[in-house]
Design a binder for this molecule. Structure first.
Ligand SMILES: *Cc1c(COP(=O)(O)O)cnc(C)c1O
Length: 398
């Protein structure tokens, strides 16, 4: 059985919890998206853009000095940081903008937290000649001035959102409000495997190129499958992008790393799968940080891209059926991870990605405890993005 079902359910998760006015549009989007599976011209154009414009395939690189730091681990890095605009997000925005064009939409909106998804959307819109408006929490507009400037330079309009906590979830609320009002000409590009059906499915399809490539590349190099897959989880798109192609490979263990912020016990974190409860946010049912009476809690992470109280429904499902395990890493541990990869491999990762790197220490310790054989375990880490966007803010922390 493949997931989601035709209504977008991953077990009890996912689905479509939206105002009536959006139902017809989501039905149409679902229909168009499904038809594209068999559309040769679409597939050809998407593959062309990923290759010639974004820079795929990305390398699967054996990090030797990092591996020897852990002794019993062979660490392979899937280098999404080498893509145009510096992260995996461009895979998804190129795909969705092609869908928008197919549907004859002339205006594109998006939400953004750190600004990475906003930049990737503005980039794809510039490339295709579409009008682009990006909703961004007023607090993030201030914190991420460089990305705001990049979006403007790319021709997009940035709309600061002053409601609520003035961060990502509020930007997404405003984007949905805009969309409800302007469905006729407007396409909403969602940045992760979240939102109402068919978005979690669609974004997974566009990002799953990560895992398909990695699986082939690993098999070609090692003639077997890896023991572990490791990725950070904000909404969950880079992790699902890596995991999905390995779903039926039962020996391959999957680990998603959430942001423990200042520590799970402090309550100041962004780990809805580790300690959240089931609820509905932005049109879909999944793990969620909420109070007992259903108010959404404010999330925190040093990595703006992980700073979200919800998570994609397919991850909640993977957790429920035991297909993947979800763990968490604090702000401080992530900073150590950033330093470690920078100084062992000469690769400065994004703060989001640094959570996955930091978890390698714990994984290596667990393996050492359990290992009865001498051979090292192998792990593919999704290197979701480069750290250039973060280094300015880190001067005092490192
Ligand atoms: C946005 C972002 C993330 C988090 O989003 P996911 O949907 O969980 O992948 C992770 N890493 C980088 C570099 C990002 O820009």
């Amino acid at each position: 059985m493949s997931f989601p079902d035709q209504h977008g359910h991953f077990g009890e998760f996912g689905g479509r919890y939206v105002p009536e006015t959006l139902m017809a549009l989501l039905d149409e989007l679902d229909k168009v998206f499904r038809s594209l599976k068999y559309d040769k011209a679409f597939k050809k154009e998407f593959a062309f853009l990923l290759r010639e414009y974004a820079g795929r395939p990305t390398n699967l690189y054996l990090a030797k000095r990092l591996s020897s730091h852990f002794k019993r681990l062979n660490v392979y890095l899937k280098r999404e940081d080498l893509l145009h605009t510096g992260a995996h997000k461009i895979n998804n925005t190129l795909g969705q903008i092609l869908v928008a064009k197919k549907m004859g939409k002339t205006r594109v909106i998006a939400e953004t937290g750190a600004g990475q998804h906003g930049v990737a959307t503005a980039t794809a819109c510039a490339l295709m000649g579409l009008k682009c408006e990006v909703y961004m929490g007023a607090e993030d507009v201030e914190r991420q001035a460089l990305n705001v400037f990049r979006m403007k330079l790319l021709g997009a309009k940035v709309i600061p959102v002053t409601s609520g906590s003035q961060t990502l979830k509020d930007a997404m609320n405003e984007a949905i409000r805009d969309w409800v009002t302007n469905v006729d000409n407007t396409f909403y590009v969602i940045g992760s495997v979240a939102g109402p059906h068919p978005y979690p499915l669609m974004v997974r399809e566009f990002q799953s190129v990560i895992g398909r490539e990695a699986r082939q590349q690993y098999l070609a190099k090692e003639k077997k499958l890896p023991d572990y897959l490791l990725a950070c989880v904000g909404g969950g798109s880079n992790a699902m992008g890596l995991f999905h192609a390995f779903f039926n490979d039962k020996t391959v263990k999957m680990i998603g790393v959430e942001a423990a912020g200042k520590g799970i016990a402090t309550g100041v974190h962004a780990a809805p799968l580790s300690v959240g409860t089931v609820g509905v946010l932005h049109g879909s049912k999944s793990g969620l940080l909420q109070t007992k009476d259903g108010q959404i809690k404010i999330a925190h992470s040093i990595a703006a891209g992980l700073d979200y109280p919800g998570v994609g429904p397919e991850h909640a499902y993977y957790k429920k059926i035991g297909r993947a395990q979800y763990v968490s890493v604090t702000d401080q541990e992530a900073l150590q991870g950033l330093k470690l990869l920078s100084q062992t491999e000469g690769i400065i990762p994004a703060l989001e990605t640094s959570h996955a790197i930091a978890y390698l220490e714990k994984l290596a310790r667990n393996i050492k405890r359990k290992a009865s054989v001498a051979s090292a375990a192998s792990v593919i880490v999704c290197l979701s993005g480069r750290g250039d966007k973060d280094v300015g803010g880190l001067k005092d922390l490192i």
